[in-house]
Each structure stands twice: as C-alpha cells, then as structure tokens.
Design a protein around this ligand. Structure first.
Ligand code: FAD
Length: 374
C-alpha cells in the first residue's frame, strides 16, 4: 500500500528533467577509495545499472513515457572540467562501458552548440517523460495488486502492540509490520530529525514551444540528454514534441514569477543564440534532496521502520533501482546485504535552520567558482 499526500508524481518524480543517468556524484575510483573495495564496488555496480533497471521496467510494463535511449553527453566548458570528464569516462570504459569521446568539433555537432571544449557520452543513459513514467509505475503497481491512496498525507507514525500505525490526515489509520518513508525533498516531520538530515533545494526548468523543423534541426540531432560539469550545472534536452528543455539551480524559495527563471532563458540564449525570441511556454520547479555526503541515505531507526531518500538530483535511475532493491528485501534479514548503501542512523545537519543561508552562500560560492574557471 502507498499513501501519498498529493497525486502520484506530484513531487520531484513528476517534475524532473527526465534524464536517466547512471552513476553517482563520485566517480567509480573515488567510491572505492572512500568506501573500500567491497562496498565501493557495490555502489559502482548498482549505480552503473540504474538506467538498465528503469528501461527494463518500462519495457516489462509497457509504460508509455516517451522513453528514448540515445545516451547522455557531459560537455565541459573548461580545460579542468575536460580532464574530469576524460577521467570519468575512462573509469567507466575500464569497467566495460562503450563510452564515446567527443572532441570539440564532435561535441559541437552533437549538441548543436560550440559553447563547450569537448566531453564524453555515456551510452547507457536515456530520457523519458517523468510524470508519465511515475504514473506508469503506479499503474503497474496497481495491476500487481498494490493499493494506492492519493491525497492522503501521513500525519504521524507510531509503534503500538507490535504494529506500526500510520495515521492519515483524513483520520484513517493503516496498521502494518513494515513502513518505508520515501519523501525525499518534501520530507516533513514524520520522523524526528529526518527533515534536518538533508537540504531540500529547488531545481527549476523551462520549456520552449515546440521548435519548427528548421529551428530544431541542429540541436541535439541524435536525441541525447545533456548536462554539463559546472558546479551549478545546466541540464538540457529535446522532448518528444520538439520542445527544448533547460534546467538548473533555482532560488531557495519556490518560484514566484518569470524573473526566477531568467537565468535559464539566458543560458538557452548563450548556448543556442538562434533560440533568442522563441517563446518559453512552461516554467516550473521542484525540490531535490541534497545530503551531506552526496549519497542516497537508507535509515532504519527502528525495526520495521525504513527510510530511503537523498538522491542529490539523480533519483530517476537511483531512486527506481533502490526502490526495487528495498522492495525485494524489506522485512527480511538480507536487506542490508542487498543494498549498495550502508544503513545509517538519521544524522541531522548541524545548524540546519540556516539552510536558506547555506544554500544561498553555496550557490554564490559556486557561481564565482564557475566564473573563475571559465
Ligand atoms: C526540477 C527537477 C529536475 C530533476 N531532474 C532530474 C533528472 O533529470 N534526472 C534525475 O535522475 N533526477 C532528477 N531530479 C531528481 C529526481 O526527480 C528525484 O531524485 C526523484 O524524483 C525523487 O523521487 P522520490 O519518489 O524519492 O521523491 P518525490 O518524487 O519528490 O516524492 C516525494 C513524495 O512524498 C510525498 N510526501 C511528503 N510528505 C508526505 C506525507 N507526510 N505523507 C504522505 N506523502 C508525503 C509527496 O507528496 C511526494 O509525492 C530532478 C528534480 C527536480 C526537482
């Protein structure tokens, strides 16, 4: 049974960039150096297979979500960033991935923009319409017998008489042996300190009107997804109706109007000057959950109460895969063995109340860093 405070896909799952990208923030060698051979390899393996899991599910359940699998380009705007992408691509190539190296000319041709010095392409990645994917997964779960309750905010969870009691806003109560909290960037006060264990930051997106054939001809003609290496990264792609989508950081507050999206319009014009004057038809934002170690977190603060969240902007693949692994072993002794991440205590971030200022300061710091590294 699933209870969600809003409609299926109302959260980041229905609002994201639809880029299904394998891997985590850290590259394979760094994961192994940080977490040791055994756990590090599990993280590399699981995160490397994220996209396979997503596209297999789409195929198995015949989910109509405009899924395409033409790879992900990570272009670099500076020499330093280029070396990072080369090392990243090489580490995956060493693990058998058929990565492609894009020199400046090839990168410009694939993107349709000469704003970058080169980059690499990960062929495992792909794209989809996120809301259609979320709804498709929900239908598949219902067909398999799951009961889904929308507009049913959970107000509290308590343990009583050997059962968990999940109290819903409407006054209902669900009694169960196992509870999984997966509220990510929309985490409230369901479990002590959980909301303070992550930073809920906004990511914003805009979409142009569908481009004419002539306007769109040179822009990502191969149908790849792209996101660059900036600390405050830009992510962009075309969708199935020919729109151009651009995403990036947003202000700390939820969107208040067109001015909150101007930086994304400027980014489009910088990368694709020919799109100046093309109408922006949609603007929206949503919350990503950032963790201190930039890894997803799994907690089990009490037997039968499990938490999974903190995808750091990479939840389409990682959230799907982690959800599958947890779903297969929740309630069994083999949960930890099956997971690519350790089950850790809930650790609130010190001075969390100042997150508005953290995020503002970090954004400014990275803005300057990106500028200095141009
Ligand atoms: C603009 C944007 C662009 C992104 N782009 C990408 C991308 O291209 N690729 C990628 O991999 N990731 C991307 N992400 C991140 C990705 O969308 C998330 O990591 C992922 O969707 C998280 O899924 P989730 O189910 O854990 O959380 P969500 O989809 O956010 O769902 C959380 C749910 O919790 C519910 N909830 C909260 N409190 C309660 C309560 N008390 N009771 C009941 N329900 C509750 C909410 O209603 C919500 O539906 C992006 C995110 C944003 C916002």
């Amino acid at each position: 049974m699933l209870v969600d405070a809003c409609a299926i896909g109302w959260g980041a799952s229905g609002r994201n960039g639809g880029q299904v990208i394998p891997g985590l923030k850290y590259d394979p060698d760094e994961l192994i150096a940080r977490y040791g051979q055994e756990l590090g390899e599990r993280m590399v393996d699981a995160s490397g297979r994220n996209a396979d899991v997503v596209f297999d599910l789409i195929k198995r359940h015949d989910i109509h979500c405009d899924a395409t699998r033409h790879g992900w380009i990570q272009p670099a705007a500076t020499e330093t960033a280029l070396r990072v992408t080369q090392s990243r691509g090489q580490q995956w190539a060493d693990r058998g991935v058929a990565v492609e190296w894009l020199d400046r000319d090839e990168c410009s041709r694939r993107l349709g923009s000469d704003a970058y010095l080169g980059g690499w392409l990960d062929p495992r990645a792909g794209g989809l319409n996120p809301l259609a994917y979320a709804r498709g997964l929900a239908s598949a779960a219902e067909s398999a017998g799951a009961k889904l309750y929308e507009h049913s905010a959970v107000e509290s969870i308590r343990h009583k008489d050997d059962k968990w009691q999940v109290m819903v806003h409407s006054g209902g109560c669900v009694e169960t042996d196992q509870v999984l909290i997966c509220t990510n960037g929309y985490t409230g006060g369901l479990y002590k300190g959980l909301d303070k264990s992550l930073i809920a930051a906004n990511s914003f997106q805009i979409a142009t009107r569908p481009l004419s054939e002539a306007e769109g001809a040179g822009i990502l003609p191969g149908g790849e997804m792209a996101s660059d290496t900036r600390k405050l990264l830009l992510y962009f792609r075309r969708d199935s109706s020919g729109r151009f989508l651009m995403g990036g950081r947003g202000p700390f507050h939820d969107p208040r109007g067109g001015q909150d999206f101007r930086h994304l319009e400027r980014a489009i014009h910088k990368l694709y000057p020919a799109l100046k004057g093309v109408d922006i038809e949609y603007r929206w934002g949503g919350r990503v959950a950032l963790t201190r170690d930039a890894l997803p977190h799994v907690h089990q603060p009490a037997p039968g109460l499990t938490v999974a969240l903190g995808y750091n902007g990479r939840g389409v693949g990682m959230g799907t895969h982690l959800g599958k692994l947890i779903g297969e072993t929740l309630g069994s002794d083999s949960l930890q063995e099956s997971l690519p991440f350790p089950i850790t205590p809930v650790r609130p971030i010190p001075l969390h109340g100042l997150q508005r200022f953290y995020v503002g300061a970090v954004v400014n710091y990275y803005r300057v860093k990106d500028w200095l590294e141009r």
